[in-house]
Design a protein around this ligand. Structure first.
Ligand code: HEC
Length: 165
């Protein structure tokens, strides 16, 4: 009888040890994701800027891009751009299918062919200082700033784009 109990006790101890070991591993995993939080994040850094400066024309009332392009003139008349109010939707204007669109529209003129700012640059803020600061945030979030569209961008360049959630 004693033997049976001690086997059972040993078994329970073994389970506890395994569980603690597993938790130590899970904890280690969390440390890794904590480190990645130091980069610019959509939820923490981009979303507040988007809600303040972009959502009135690109929010939930707006049509998705595929619908928008079928009737651009009508939507533009109503000051409506394509919907971009989520991580996935906004990312689709950076990587695919509307590759580089966010960059072409937000650039301050440093990278455009005609040296003029993109059409959405003025919406980045009320003052030049605010616009520059918010452009910097979008650049950091993108991780790699190119105005190229899908036909020109290379796979190596796509790899450099970050877009942290
Ligand atoms: C006053 C309304 C308004 C505001 C505010 C606004 N936009 Fe726009 N946006 C538009 C309209 C309208 C279009 C479509 C313009 C066109 O196709 O000629 C557009 C187009 C765009 C496009 C190109 C979409 C495509 O078809 O590829 C991007 C990217 C964009 N906006 C991003 C932004 C961002 C980011 C902000 C905030 C910093 C912003 N916009 C603020 C109205 C607005």
């Amino acid at each position: 009888m004693r033997n049976i109990i001690s086997i059972r006790t040993a078994f329970i101890i073994l389970i506890i040890l395994l569980a603690t070991w597993g938790m130590a591993f899970a904890h280690g995993g969390k440390h890794v994701s904590k480190n990645t939080m130091t980069g610019t994040s959509y939820t923490r850094d981009i979303l507040p800027v988007f809600e303040k400066n972009c959502a009135s024309c690109h929010g939930s009332e707006s049509p998705e891009h595929a619908v928008f392009i079928k009737n651009i003139d009508e939507y533009v008349k109503q000051f409506m751009g394509p919907r971009m109010d989520s991580y996935t939707l906004l990312s689709s204007f950076v990587v695919w299918p509307d590759t580089g669109s966010l960059m072409r529209n937000l650039d301050d003129g440093m990278n455009t062919e005609d040296g003029k700012p993109g059409k959405m640059y003025l919406h980045l803020g009320a003052s030049e200082q605010e616009r520059k600061a918010n452009l910097e945030l979008f650049k950091l979030w993108a991780g790699y700033w190119t105005l190229k569209d899908w036909s020109k961008i290379s796979k190596d360049e796509m790899d450099k784009i970050e877009l942290r959630p």
